[in-house]
Design a protein around this ligand. Sequence first.
Ligand SMILES: C[S@@+](CC[C@H](N)C(=O)[O-])C[C@H]1O[C@@H](n2cnc3c(N)ncnc32)[C@H](O)[C@@H]1O
Length: 225
Amino acid sequence: MELTARLRVLAELVPQDSRLADVGTDHAYLPVWLILQGRISRAIAADLREGPLGRARETAQQYHVMERIEFRLCDGLSAISPEEVDTISIAGMGGETIASILQDAPWSREKRLLLQPMTSFPDLRGWLQEHQYRIESEHIAREGNRLYTIWVVKGGRMEPLTPAELWVGRQTGTDPLRADYLNMMEHKIRRALSGMLASKSRDKTQIDLLQQVLEGIQDMQKELT
Ligand SMILES: C[S@@+](CC[C@H](N)C(=O)[O-])C[C@H]1O[C@@H](n2cnc3c(N)ncnc32)[C@H](O)[C@@H]1O
């Protein structure tokens, strides 16, 4: 079984012998791959909908690991108790959905969280910061011409993030894809800015903020070179 680059980067962040819950598991590729690799012995695979959970069962059946996975039909972590897990992955969902899942399970602060949001990055980073979660590290995966970020998060305080850091994360200078990621985000912000500048109902506060974000990203790009 082969994982895509995004799930592979995420999988490598799961410690050996973790007790994992994969929330929004869909096809359950992540827990099944981890079990096949011997990284974990069991997992909980949870999803909000019956269709994806059916796909998860099919994958587990195909790879003969049915008895190693518990399937839970539930919203977020609602049918998972803190004692059952030490690591939680929530991948391939919007930032708002991830924040709402964590909001409903404050005990998640005591766990190792592996988050891979698809949208609303600044909102999710801001939400984590306000709710006593700390982003320990960020990792980047490339699939074709798309770049994804995967965050390792735990409970705790983090130094307040600047407007640019809310958009692109804190610079650690260690990820080989960071420069490409910053270029992609710079392009995105420039596009958003020119849309705003061209619009009749200009929101000056929003424009100033995005300009600040753009400058922050450019500083980070200089720092990298
Ligand atoms: C795009 S798939 C991602 C699958 C897999 N995690 C991945 O990254 O490849 C998103 C999955 O999240 C599930 N989902 C969305 N909101 C959810 C929630 N509140 N609780 C649990 N699962 C949810 C959807 O049903 C869907 O199966």
